[in-house]
Design a protein around this ligand. Sequence first.
Ligand code: GUN
Length: 284
Amino acid sequence: MTAQLLDGEKVAGRIKMEVGDRVARLAAIGRQVALGTILVGEDGSSAKYVAMKHADCKEVGIESVHVKLGQDATQDEVLDAIRTMNADPAIASILVQLPMPNGIDEGQVLLAVDPEKDVDGLHPMNLGKLVMGAPGPLPCTPAGIVELLAQHQVQVEGRHVVIIGRGLTIGRPLALLLVMRRPGCNAAVTVVHTGVDDMASLVRQADIVVAAAGVAGLVTKDMVKPGAAVVGAGTSWEGKRLMSDVAEDVAEVASWITPRIGGVGPMTRAMLLRNAVAAAERIR
Ligand code: GUN
């Protein structure tokens, strides 16, 4: 079997069209959609991700405002930048790029963002809404993965998903989302992580594997049940090459697989746009 590709670029393109229409409808009644981003420190890949998000915004007609703080920024300076954006009525949504440099408390940073403007869905209030099943902005990568599978008609409901990784931005919220009784979810979910003894034997039981560990080639062919769908959500760098958590030869046994580039990444960015326009639509 050679796996079919879970084409994130194609699906993201469709979502961008939808967002562009929504932005235009707001513009027609004199309302602008603006996203504020805050980048702290000198991490090259974070800077690249933020730049891509600004380019995406431009493509769909969303204004974007950027604040850059240095590697030596203090906690107070970061919180001040967030409070300034919270108070700015022209900014409908805010993204603080993670990870923060050492010495900055990420929990406090996420808590400081106005939950109404939280485009990442990572404010504790919005994570709480996810736990409760109440409407609210969903974290972008988990929402993007669910949408990517749904758009390729990969059946998730009633099946067993194994998520590798328990991080705040992907693994933990994805597990919460996938167990919800809602279309494209309603799955049995197992989360495995570095503390689990025999990860491979659990992964082998999955109908759908989502690798979100940030370890290149972590999921190998022998760990995947033939016919399973495999999503690489974690990334890492080998020099200048962006690596997937999923080894290339997994395509020989999987039914569906994300490409090394153009799978989950574009979906995360598309969901951010969707959350940004939704935040602007909520303003009365
Ligand atoms: N860094 C890696 N993933 C994310 C994400 O989903 N949101 C933010 N703000 N930063 C990230």
